[in-house]
Design a protein around this ligand. Sequence first.
Ligand code: PLP
Length: 405
Amino acid sequence: MKTLAEIRNDFPILNAKVRGKELVYLDNGATAQKPAVVIDAINTYYKDYNSNIHRGVHHLSQVATTAYENAREKLRGFINSPKLEEVIFTKGTTESINIVASCFGRKSLNKGDEVIISAMEHHSNIVPWQMICDEREAVLKVIPINNNGELLMDEYKKLLSDKTKLVAVIHISNTLGTINPVKEIIDLAHQKGALVLLDGAQAVPHIKVDVQDLGCDFYAFSGHKIFGPTGVGVLYGKSEYLNDMPPYQGGGDMIKEVTFEKTTYNCLPHKFEAGTPNIVGGIGLGVAVDYMQEVGIDLIHKREEELLAYATEKIVKVEGVRIIGEAERKASVLSFVIDGLHPFDIGTLLDQLGIAVRTGHHCTQPLMSFFEIPGTIRASFAFYNTKEEVDKLISGLERALSMLR
Ligand code: PLP
């Protein structure tokens, strides 16, 4: 088992100085830092075997293809997908959701059909559904939440009907930290014959995700939030549904045969991977999930739970702080507001101390409207964060308050 010091050593940026101060990086919900093994894998690809994949007969192309496809296998194992072909490389969560909205929507949504999302969705799990529902004259329904930031499951049950074709919900809220009861959500949807997509962008960094155990039909996540590169992510989908959907984009790699009269499409996963993909991104992401597994997802979860409990206990003692998101089951996301002060001002002052937090609406504007606030200050912890960093956040906040009040 790696010690915390060893883990921190694995991430070169954690030694950085910001404005002359030691960096305290608490913006992991936006993007996580990269361990040296990932950075090295990216370097090695460009130094030693940069080449386009699939179809190449030459050596470098074969090496790159093998590395890319091995990475797909690693990701399959990471989420326990039963089939390799069900793991599609995408640009990230946003593209993964857009693929399902656009392709499932075009094939399966008709006038009067219904799609259900929730009040705590990230914009990337709202807007694609609005767009396709508009186009297909389908109806978008929203599961409401309570003041703690928990889904109202009784209201969800009432929204489900024979018209429901798909339910798309966030697994863990990026703004509130709420861990949603997704198994129950899936079971209830399936009883009505509806499919379920989970936005797992904030779940895979924190908890073990097993798509077979969950029983979801689609699962979307981004590489950069799990210590991999930006511009790469995954869409998991059950092959029976992916096979049934039209392709997302046309171009190279997604075809079997092209004539001017008719094109036939490639098999999964390539049918949804038109054009040269983010090869180095996929390879780097494979190394990132290896790294997470080496550290141990259970250990990651345990460390982060401890950090969240410690930070929550400390922050409620800061005068005027109100936590936004007090669900019973939470991941290591701590959003809060401070009476009479704008989150942006607090974030700017914390930055002067080398402390990186996120301020604003976190791409969840409807959630901000629900809580009647302009935004929050969000500290989001990863397993490499420490209690000393939490202490710096608290003293930084107190200092900011004394300056602003
Ligand atoms: N969904 C959630 C819950 C997120 O937190 C994010 C990013 O913050 C996204 C979707 C979008 O991810 P990406 O920008 O990597 O596509």
